[in-house]
Design a binder for this molecule. Sequence first.
Ligand code: F6P
Length: 353
Amino acid sequence: MKQFRRIGILTSGGDAPGMNAAYRAAARAALARGIEVYGIYEGYKGLIYDNMTLISKPSDVSNIITKSGTVLYSDRCLEFKTEEGMAKAIETCKKNHIDGIVAIGGDGTFRGATDLSKRGIPTIGIPGTIDNDITATDYTIGFDTAMNTVISMVDRLRDTCESHARCDVVEVMGRWAGHIALRTAIATGASAVAIAEIPFDEAKAIADMKKARENGKRSFIVIVSEGLPGYAEQLAKKIQDQTGIETKFARLAHVQRGGSPSLLDRLTASEMGVAAVDELLKGNSDLVVCKVDDKICTMEIKKALTVDRMFKKKITEEELAALSDEDKAWMTARCDKVLAGMQRLYAIAEEIK
Ligand code: F6P
């Protein structure tokens, strides 16, 4: 087992409910193993500017498991991508005797984790983003809470739509990914869902709504992923023009990132926080903690980012050619599995709308 004096923990990128639970778990797991912790403020920026707080006892991270946002604050730090910024970050680690880092965030955070690992600071990533868009893991911290927020907001829209016999087209977050849209569409009884990953039959969706109105349906909810930029607003206009149903457009935006984390987010964050510290102590580095088929596991960050690019169809021919047959087969199977899961939910959404 590798000897550590201190580890640093940071949160970076978009905040997500449950990041505090992951920080708390990693900090307490480290303390339990005799290691001190620095809570680093504002992601990688805090590492560059030496902005951190020493956590020397469990009570230093008390009462944060219920909190949303991130008590460590976050930042999408461009300076960290420069050689100069990176050099300052490494210097800060040396000065403060930080022998390893746990970095909680999304894909941008993991790129930073690899940069640190390559420069001799072992770093383990924890997936924290409401988008659930890290293809290597079935689950990212914050996803469940964000979806619960969406359904509670959309239920309210449904109430007023029903009173006024209206339709509401609701744009939900997820960046490129339609995971939030797909699940919340089913859970709110939406009449249609449009996401980037699966072709949307707009004409059929509108015709179905028209028919449903003729059959007496008063209120309609349509969920659109922000992965189709600007589409929700256009669709609202088309629905109104083509069906005569008064249609409003709502963008839920950053409300989806707030709120006290759900049980699933607190639990997964706690499991992942402990696992990240265990990986550091095993002498591992440059890994992301994942949850696959309900089990905590890890994956090389490079592989996780590559499978992600494959799923998002951003992988280059050169990158593909450089993969081993084994990796290519695994990544293809993983992408197929994730897409098949989405197609299955999409079919359910269509069938029971
Ligand atoms: O990645 C989380 C997320 O909330 C996405 O769903 C959204 O596209 C993006 O971050 C918004 O970013 P920002 O907080 O920088 O506006």
